[in-house]
Design a protein around this ligand. Structure first.
Ligand code: NIG
Ligand code: FE
Length: 392
């Protein structure tokens, strides 16, 4: 409510916030300065740019037909084991050109940005073979350079076991071939991956394979941030805490010991309300996690199973279905999500010196960003990244 006006200053070109406070105080402080643009925020709210801690946005081959199958009663794993699900998208992504993948990805990023996301985690994982994983990572790298939204990239080659391979063979391939290549490309400056992910699940990668892959990723400097305890209790949370992971995602089936271990290790929980909703899973125990001091973040999990770009919608679902308060949901979709990406020093809150990433909504009550569900176009007036208006 302190913001009656927002001053977007161009005193230096670094895109960082120069001052926070009452408009008249700030005006005095910068009285001699010329401003490129002044936005009158009377009657509006200024919030930190939203951070989406978990997305799978690069792929070809949507699965609208599987949505119908799921509505008719098929489970996620039944479809996966019958060769659909991730396998379906992998086949289409392997066959797509880099240009096709970039164009659809760009459009998806724009939709995320227009819904208020200013920093997004983006995974590979629909390639599985090295060639296609690299194609996806190149597409993400290109968007990092060219798009007006922040990206943290994640190598997720262990998203599924490729057809014709065992999980052990796939694990060996990742450790012996994929990760050394990523290290080489980082050194040459071609592709800079930030995080590593594994789908730790019964019938996909077991705890031991997950441990081997994550440890090898850690050895080449990647932050650990992986899928765990979603459909079956796997002790993924315990593993995440043990290995010093930044975060574990999903956690519908986490154990009590896993929650305690995550709190102690400051390993964040990335909760994904769209997926729990879409697949009618048991809801993760957000309340218990929060009460025990786990750092809880949110992600859209945008993917061909959970087709949702919108963090306001995600916050709404987190409040209604996971019993989070609106304050908790906003923290989970900003500063805590930035923590997951190792960026809470520079992103996720409105503080002097942090990157100028903001969302301005057309309501004097910030809670409208969560209270309203669907149709946020009329509510979000401006999205600002590094002090520049990128959507209005
Ligand atoms: O987070 N669980 C694994 N990965 C994704 C789904 C990917 C897909 O179905 O294409 C998730 O839900
Ligand atoms: Fe996911």
């Amino acid at each position: 409510p302190a913001f009656r006006e927002l001053l977007l200053q161009e005193l230096s070109q670094d895109g960082c916030i120069k001052a926070v406070g009452q408009a008249d105080v700030i005006r005095n402080q910068f009285s001699g300065a010329t401003f490129e643009r002044i936005i009158d925020c009377s009657g509006k709210c200024v919030l930190p740019g939203l951070v989406d801690a978990h997305t799978h946005p690069v792929w070809a081959g949507d699965r609208v037909h599987e949505f119908a199958m799921k509505l008719a009663g098929a489970s996620y794993m039944e479809i996966h084991q019958a060769g659909g699900g991730i396998h379906f998208t992998v086949e289409h992504t392997q066959n797509a050109t880099e240009e096709e993948l970039f164009n659809t990805f760009k459009h998806r990023l724009e939709r995320m940005r227009n819904a208020g996301s200013t920093l997004v985690e983006c995974k590979s994982g629909y390639g599985l073979n090295l060639e296609t994983e690299l194609k996806m990572l190149r597409v993400i790298e290109r968007a990092k350079q060219s798009m007006d939204i922040g990206i943290s990239s994640t190598y997720c080659g262990a998203h599924s076991v490729p057809k014709g391979k065992t999980a052990t063979e796939a694990t060996d391939d990742i450790i012996n071939n994929h990760l050394p290549k990523l290290k080489e490309l980082k050194l040459s400056g071609e592709i800079h991956v930030n995080n590593i992910d594994v789908f730790c699940e019964k019938g996909v990668f077991d705890l031991e394979s997950t441990r081997r892959i994550l440890q090898a990723g850690k050895n080449i400097g990647l932050q650990l941030n992986f899928h765990g305890d979603e459909l079956h209790p796997m002790k993924s949370a315990e593993l995440g805490a043990e290995l010093g992971a930044r975060a574990v995602s999903h956690l519908e089936e986490v154990s009590d010991e896993g929650i305690t271990a995550m709190a102690r290790a400051k390993c964040a929980a990335v909760l994904l309300p769209t997926t729990a909703y879409m697949l009618r899973l048991k809801q993760p125990q957000a309340r218990k996690m929060l009460d025990e001091g786990v750092i809880v973040a949110l992600g859209s999990d945008f993917n061909p199973n959970a087709y949702c770009f919108s963090m306001p919608m995600v916050m709404h679902l987190a409040c209604v279905n996971m019993k989070m308060s609106m304050n908790e949901a906003l923290a989970a979709a900003t500063i805590n999500a930035a923590y997951v990406l190792g960026k809470s020093d520079t992103h996720g809150s409105i503080e002097t010196g942090k990157q100028g990433d903001l969302v301005i909504i057309n309501s004097s009550r910030w809670e409208h960003l969560i209270y309203q569900f669907g149709g946020h176009e009329a509510l979000i007036n401006y999205v600002i990244v590094k002090g520049q208006v990128v959507y209005e």
